[in-house]
Structures are given as structure tokens and as C-alpha cells.
Design a binder for this molecule. Structure first.
Ligand SMILES: [Zn+2]
Length: 144
């Protein structure tokens, strides 16, 4: 008796994934999901795990320092009011600052164990997320 298409657990998980992608669900869909989560422990647990993963992904995004720095420097160059094409010297000094900032960040991380530790945690979180996402995609393909 397997292969049932209208499995309420599958439907609930699909809707929850949709909500994570699009940020919201229709009111009646949301009501279905919430009433199912109240009566189905595995689905409630699954939802909590997904929320943990999303929170971890958002937290680990903060480790990407270099991109944020690059964007700040680029916008600073663009905002430069001097009409004369932002002089090469200005851009060059910005790049030197960027390199120095990155260097200081790395050295500081190596010197302070807590910095290195948090960097490793971020890396581990990313690996775990990749594994879970890859496993989920394989499962979806096999089940479809
Ligand atoms: Zn369920």
C-alpha cells in the first residue's frame, strides 16, 4: 500500500519548503500545514530542523567578510564626487586597504583560537547544509 500521492506529510513538507522559498503561503495552505503539524510529530520535528538549518545558513553568511568589504569599497569609489574619473591612485589605495584588512583578519583569526574556532564552525555548518541539501534533492528525484 505505498505510492500514495496524497500523503499529507509529503504535502506539508512541500508547502513548508515553498514557504521558505517564497516567504509566505496562502491562508488556507498555512491553516492546513499548522493543523497537520499539531497532529504529526515527525513533521513538527522536521519543520524545527529546517528552521535550525535556515538560521545556521544566515549566521554563517556573516563569515563572508571579504565580499562585504569589497562592496563597501566599490560603493565608496562610486560615491566619490570628483568628476575626474576616480584616479588610479585612489582605487589603488583602496585595494591596498582591502588587502591589509584581509591580512589582518586572517592573522587575527590564527592568533586567537576563538576566531579560528568560529571560522571552523562556519565551515562545518556549510558542509552540513550542503550534505542535507544534496540528500534532500536526491530524495526528491527518487520519490518523484
Ligand atoms: Zn506529517
Amino acid at each position: 500500500m505505498n505510492g500514495s500521492v496524497d500523503n499529507p506529510c509529503d504535502k506539508t513538507k512541500r508547502l513548508l519548503e515553498l514557504r521558505m522559498d517564497e516567504g509566505a503561503l496562502a491562508a488556507d495552505e498555512m491553516a492546513d500545514v499548522e493543523s497537520h503539524l499539531k497532529s504529526c510529530k515527525p513533521c513538527a520535528q522536521w519543520q524545527r530542523q529546517m528552521q535550525d538549518i535556515v538560521a545556521a545558513a544566515r549566521a554563517s553568511a556573516q563569515f563572508d567578510v571579504s565580499e562585504a568589504l569589497t562592496q563597501r569599497i566599490l560603493s565608496a569609489v562610486e560615491r566619490e564626487p570628483s568628476g575626474k574619473a576616480a584616479s588610479a591612485a585612489q582605487v589603488g589605495s583602496m585595494l591596498v586597504l582591502l588587502a591589509a584588512g584581509a591580512g589582518v583578519f586572517v592573522v587575527d583569526s590564527i592568533e586567537s583560537l576563538s576566531g579560528l574556532g568560529s571560522w571552523c564552525v562556519g565551515l562545518a555548518v556549510m558542509l552540513v547544509i550542503q550534505t542535507i541539501v544534496a540528500g534532500g534533492q536526491a530524495g526528491n528525484q527518487a520519490g518523484g
